[in-house]
Design a binder for this molecule. Structure first.
Ligand code: DP6
Length: 361
């Protein structure tokens, strides 16, 4: 598919008003997206586990305008309160997707959104938030074009979510999603995320992700600034190539079920992401002392216990602790006993791999 396939034909139906609600999850990348080209095209492919309990719920109400205007008209509520601070992001999203959803200026929208995870927990809500909004808008488009096929609906939702925030395109489906073209991954595309359909060993079923909230403060580096750091970065080209290699390695690991190899790839990806930030101009150091404390304790405990927990990081100080379902009991005890003390107010979020976004009745 190309961008052109997402430009709609004239709609056969008309809709005056209605509402729709979608619940969409967050995701955690194993191979990281860091660096992008024009129009949110990723500089390298990435793969993520879709999460289960970290979700955004978005209700979109729409009413046809009585008189056509040349503006996007929407009201925005976050956790029950009017939130004008989020308006510019939504406005920009609407501008970006208008050519693919030409009805946007025909309606007045009310967007009501809330997150399952605590407000300002330092968890990025752009993946779950942008995917939920994209799905709501696609539900409206589907009403305008009732013949639309399921697969097209899913692809276009991911395509639109990507234009809102790159990683959001990996939040539509579960359980493993690839975004970015990779020669030997069937259906992979730079334009949208696709479910990873290759063989996956039982070791990776119901994989756990406990998010250790080390620092709940404002993001030090916005993603726009962050990705931009890869332009002209001395190690960029080699890094983009490495992401392809790591995705290849993971593909084999998902088949074999080799947890030790999995750990090597995932932790190296996390540290490479941070190494890219430390070696860019300007440079950023996003880990905190407690991030390092936690990582060192993970290394030590893994050595002593022979268990297969590992960490990954996003562009921040929080630590995602990944581990297999069957090692859950011992790992949770370890978190309570040793890691919790390094979390802000002892807070962590217990999550696991999930199956993707859901439309609510
Ligand atoms: C470190 O998707 O937030 O989480 O496309 O600018 O919205 P934008 O960036 P964003 O970047 C996420 C980067 C990451 C790695 C990843 O999720 O792959």
């Amino acid at each position: 598919m190309t961008e052109k396939d997402f430009l709609p034909q004239p709609y056969p139906a008309t809709i005056d008003q209605g509402e729709v609600t979608w619940e969409s999850p967050s995701n955690i990348a194993l191979v990281k997206y860091w660096g992008k080209l024009k129009n949110q095209i990723p500089a390298n492919p990435s793969i993520s586990f879709t999460l289960d309990s970290c979700r955004t719920t978005t209700k979109l109400a729409y009413k046809k305008k009585e008189e056509v205007t040349d503006s996007f008209d929407f009201e925005l509520y976050f956790e029950g309160e009017k939130k004008d601070a989020f308006r510019p992001k939504i406005q920009k999203f609407m501008e970006r997707v208008e050519q693919y959803l030409p009805f946007l200026k025909d309606y007045e929208f009310t967007i009501e959104t809330s997150n399952s995870f605590p407000h300002s927990s330092g968890i990025a809500s752009s993946a779950s938030g942008m995917s939920a909004l994209a799905l709501c808008l696609m539900s409206l488009e589907k009403q305008l074009n009732p013949e639309m096929e399921e697969e097209y609906f899913t692809r276009k939702s991911s395509f639109l979510a990507r234009l809102g925030s790159g990683s959001a395109c990996r939040s539509i489906e579960g359980e493993l999603v690839v975004w970015g073209f990779q020669r030997n991954i069937y259906g992979s595309s730079d334009l949208y995320g696709v479910e990873f359909r290759d063989e996956v060993h039982d070791n990776f079923r119901n994989y756990r992700d406990t998010i250790l909230l080390v620092d709940k403060g404002e993001k030090q580096v916005s993603s726009t600034v962050g990705h931009d750091l890869m332009n002209g970065h001395p190690f960029a080209e080699r890094r983009f190539q490495q992401a392809h290699e790591n995705l290849d390695r993971l593909k084999k690991i998902f088949r074999s079920g080799d947890l030790s190899e999995f750990i090597q790839v995932v932790e190296s990806e996390a540290l490479t992401l941070h190494a890219m930030m430390m070696t860019s101009q300007p440079y950023f150091l996003l880990m905190k002392p407690n991030t390092l404390e936690i990582i060192n304790r993970i290394f030590k405990f893994r050595e002593e216990s022979g268990l297969h927990l590992c960490f990954t990081l996003d562009a921040g100080a929080n630590v995602h602790l990944l581990f297999p379902e069957k090692e859950e009991k011992a790992t949770l005890e370890f978190i309570e006993r040793e890691l919790k003390q390094f979390c802000q107010n002892g807070q962590y979020i217990y999550d696991k791999v999930g199956s993707g976004a859901k439309k609510l009745a």
